[in-house]
Design a protein around this ligand. Structure first.
Ligand SMILES: Cc1cc2nc3c(=O)[nH]c(=O)nc-3n(C[C@H](O)[C@H](O)[C@H](O)COP(=O)(O)OP(=O)(O)OC[C@H]3O[C@@H](n4cnc5c(N)ncnc54)[C@H](O)[C@@H]3O)c2cc1C
Length: 427
């Protein structure tokens, strides 16, 4: 999927070269083993190494292989739920902590990029949440009011303001949040990997963790070519979770999201479509997201086929959608398209588990992990370095079992189809 051809990411050609991550060989001993080289794992490894921890990260493929190297690159503040809802769900004190952490997630990421000079096209140029149904407008107003009560000023745009920003009259209103922005996601993952190595972490690619077994007070993690022992292990496998830890794969719904990348836009359209460099996600039944990258390509994404992408026909709904709202796109090529998986939880809240002493799990960002997984990885690094559960904003819960798990992919596909029908009939 990440090679050349119609199912390759545009990022493979635009990200800096990856640092060498040779496979694990022989027997090793570390303070911490991290499984998974996405943002959760890389951020944990980086921050733990910076705290003096001897870290080994095991990645089944290469760092950034999973959602971290394929996503939309939107660095969005907050969670899917609004602050009041989050506080009602978690209680006032913990809820306020989660709201603050999720709201400041982008700033944490942009500060990290600045501190470590990560070469990843980072731009804090804002997030637009755009509504195409009048029924969505009250939720935009609530978003603005609730963040205002917490001292964060979001702008509420009317239809004209939204059209001015996006270059289409598709929207009836929008909010603009200056905390957000964008990165080249694979570049960001590779640069985090480089920084983690520079901080002293060992990163092993092509090293799928095959088993975790207790040995005295430690854990032994085995790969095809080697094994490592450590008192603590962080599992950071999100939508790519396998059978490594009992029940983990069945505790989340791995959802595919697809992206199509246009050829560089003609100057007139580029000047009109997101001139300020904001990223957009829509508020609607089948949310679409898009941005214009540093080379002037439109990257548009959304839910689609719930399997690996095969041909461009699998993303035609995205390219047709774009051509409908920006008719100048009709003659423009869409040379690349790809998809990837992220872990969805039924209530859209991320989860932290500690299913055995020394084992930590963080996953379930439900499609909003660029900033959040980076931030949670840093919190996990604090936890494993001695702060324990106190460093974690999220409650540490038991690994849940999702009822009727194998039917969820069908449910997701049906939800997409139903959403399209509802959008078509304006319901
Ligand atoms: C198409 C798409 C678009 C998205 N757009 C956005 C966006 O614009 N903004 C946003 O905030 N979020 C977005 N997301 C979600 C975001 O990318 C994820 O939330 C985030 O990458 C999760 O990071 P992670 O490190 O937890 O998991 P991942 O980045 O998925 O990394 C998990 C890694 O674990 C590895 N792994 C699994 N099992 C093992 C094993 N046994 N041994 C070793 N390694 C293993 C996998 O190979 C993988 O590399 C998008 C996701 C997709 C798929």
């Amino acid at each position: 999927m990440n090679g050349s051809g119609p199912c390759a990411t545009v990022y493979a050609a635009t990200a800096p070269a990856a640092v060498a991550t040779p496979p694990l060989q022989g027997e090793q001993r570390h303070d911490l083993i991290v499984v998974g080289g996405g943002y959760t794992g890389l951020s944990t490894a980086l921050h733990a190494a910076e705290r003096g921890c001897k870290v080994l990260l095991l990645e089944a493929e290469q760092p950034g292989f999973g959602a971290a190297g394929r996503n939309g690159g939107q660095v969005n503040p907050g969670l899917k739920h609004e602050p009041d809802e989050i506080e009602a769900h978690y209680g006032a004190e913990r809820g306020a902590r989660i709201v603050a952490l999720a709201g400041a997630g982008p700033q944490f990421l942009f500060d990290l990029v600045h501190r470590l000079q990560l070469d990843c096209e980072a731009r804090q140029s804002g997030t637009l949440r755009a509504a195409y149904r009048h029924a969505s407008l009250p939720s935009l107003d609530a978003q603005v009011a609730q963040w205002a009560r917490r001292g964060v000023a979001l702008e509420r745009l009317d239809a004209r303001g939204a059209a001015h920003q996006t270059g289409t009259d598709r929207y009836v209103g929008a909010t603009f949040d200056r905390r957000g922005g964008s990165v080249n996601p694979l570049a960001y993952a590779r640069e985090l990997a480089r920084a983690a190595c520079a901080a002293g972490a060992t990163l092993a690619g092509n090293s799928r963790a095959l088993s975790i077994t207790p040995v005295g007070a430690e854990w032994r993690v085995r790969t095809a070519a080697g094994a490592a022992r450590a008192p603590q292990v962080v599992l950071a496998t999100d939508g790519y979770s396998d059978a490594l830890w009992p029940g983990l794969r069945r505790s989340i719904i791995p959802v595919y999201s697809s992206i199509a990348a246009s050829a560089p836009l003609p100057p007139a359209l580029r000047a009109r479509l997101l001139p300020g460099g904001a990223v957009v996600y829509e508020s609607g039944h089948v949310p679409t997201y898009y941005r214009v990258d540093a080379s002037g390509r439109l990257l548009i994404g959304g839910r689609g086929v719930q399997r690996p992408l095969r041909t461009h026909a699998d993303v035609r709904h995205l390219t047709d959608y774009a051509a409908r709202w920006w008719p100048e796109l009709r003659g423009i090529a869409w040379p690349q398209a790809w998809n990837g998986q992220f872990a969805l939880t039924p209530d859209f809240y991320p989860r932290v588990h500690a299913p055995a002493p020394g084992i930590w799990v963080a996953l379930g960002y439900s499609g909003r992990g660029v900033a959040l997984a980076t931030r949670l990885g840093a919190a996990l690094a604090e936890s494993v370095s001695g702060a324990g559960r106190d460093a974690l904003p999220w409650p540490v819960t038991a690994i849940p079992r999702i009822p009727l798990h194998r039917f969820w992919p069908v449910g997701v596909a049906l939800g997409v189809a139903l959403g399209r029908v509802r959008d078509r009939f304006g319901r």
